[in-house]
Design a protein around this ligand. Structure first.
Ligand code: UGA
Ligand code: MN
Length: 257
C-alpha cells in the first residue's frame, strides 16, 4: 500500500531542521507519499525549495489557520490536516464515482475501487522509527500503537487484552474516548474514502480531543487493530518539553542518564 503521511507545518526557526529530519526518515520508506501542508496564505519558497530536493514523493499544499484560532489552548493544525484529507479524497473521487456508477448504488466500503493505502498524521516535530511504517502497512481499518514521551508519561499506550484494545495507559485525561495522540494511529485509505465527511473539528474540540473527535467518526474502540506486538513496543516519540515531563514524571530523569 501507499503510505500517505499528512504533515502540517508552520514557519519558525526550527522548521527546516524538523523537515530535514522527517525527510531523512521518509526517504527510506518505500511507497511513501508525503502530503506537506503549510499553515500559510501561500506556499513558501523555503518549503518549496526544500521539497524539491528532499527526494521524497510529495504533494505541497497550504491553508492558513484563521487568526482567531491562533492562540494557546486551542487545537493546532485542524485546517491543515483537513486539507490533506480533502486532497486525498479528490484524488480518488473519479475512481469512487466510477464505482458508484458500475454498481448503480451507493458504494459500500468493500465496493470502493481497489485502492490500497494507509493514511498517517505525522506532525513535523516528532520522531518515527522505520519499524513503525512496517507496522502500519497492514492496517485494515484503524491501527494503533504506543507513543513515547507524551501524556505526562514516558509513553502512552492502548491497553490490549486478547488482541483487543480495552483501555488506555496515559497520564493525562484518561477519560478521552480515544486517549491517543495523533502520532499513535493510522487509518486505511478505504476508510478515509468511505467516510467522506470525517474531518477534524474546530467547534467543541479542545486540545487533546481532536484525535477522539476524529476517530469516533470512523471507528469504535473494539475495532482498533493493535500494532507493535500488542502495543508493547514504542516506535515513535513526541518532541517533548522536558520541563513538562520533569514535573509530571521525575523518574524520566533515569531514562536519559
Ligand atoms: C499535540 C498533538 O501531538 C498534535 O497532534 C495536536 O495537533 C496538538 O497537540 C494540538 O494541540 O492540537 P503539540 O506538540 O502540542 O501537539 O503541537 P505542535 O507540535 O506544536 O503542533 C502540531 C502540528 O501542527 C505540527 O506539525 C506543527 O508544525 C503544526 N502547527 C502548529 C501548525 O501548522 N500551525 C501552528 O500554528 C502550530
Ligand atoms: Mn508536537
Amino acid at each position: 500500500p501507499i503510505i500517505y503521511a499528512i504533515t502540517p507545518t508552520y514557519s519558525r526557526p526550527v522548521q527546516k531542521a524538523e523537515l530535514t529530519r522527517l525527510a531523512n526518515t521518509f526517504r527510506q520508506v518505500s511507497g511513501l507519499h508525503w502530503i506537506l501542508v503549510e499553515d500559510s496564505a501561500q506556499t513558501t519558497e523555503l518549503v518549496s525549495r526544500f521539497l524539491a530536493g528532499a527526494g521524497v514523493r510529495a504533494t505541497h499544499l497550504h491553508v492558513p489557520t484563521p487568526r482567531r484560532y491562533k492562540r494557546g489552548g486551542l487545537p493546532r493544525a485542524t485546517e491543515q490536516r483537513n486539507a490533506g484529507l480533502t486532497w486525498l479524497r479528490q484524488q480518488y473521487q473519479a475512481q469512487v464515482q466510477l464505482s458508484y456508477r458500475l454498481n448503480s448504488a451507493p458504494a459500500a466500503p468493500q465496493q470502493l475501487p481497489n485502492v490500497s493505502g494507509v493514511v498517517f498524521f505525522a506532525d513535523d516535530d516528532n520522531t518515527y522509527s522505520l519499524e513503525l511504517f512496517q507496522e502500519m502497512r497492514t492496517t485494515r481499518k484503524v491501527s494503533v500503537w504506543p507513543v513515547g514521551l507524551v501524556g505526562g508519561r514516558r509513553y502512552e499506550r492502548p491497553v490490549v487484552e486478547n488482541g483487543k484494545v480495552v483501555g488506555w495507559y496515559t497520564g493525562w485525561r484518561a477519560d478521552r474516548p480515544f486517549a491517543i495522540d495523533m502520532a499513535g494511529f493510522a487509518v486505511s485509505l478505504q476508510v478515509i474514502l468511505s467516510s467522506p465527511k470525517a474531518l477534524f473539528k474546530r467547534r467543541g474540540s479542545q486540545p487533546g480531543m481532536q484525535e477522539s473527535d476524529f476517530l469516533k467518526q470512523i471507528t469504535k474502540v473494539e475495532e482498533l487493530e493493535p500494532k507493535a506486538s500488542n502495543c508493547t513496543k514504542v516506535h515513535t516519540r513526541m518532541e517533548c518539553n522536558f520541563f513538562f515531563l520533569f514535573i509530571f514524571n521525575r523518574s524520566l530523569v533515569h531514562l536519559f542518564v
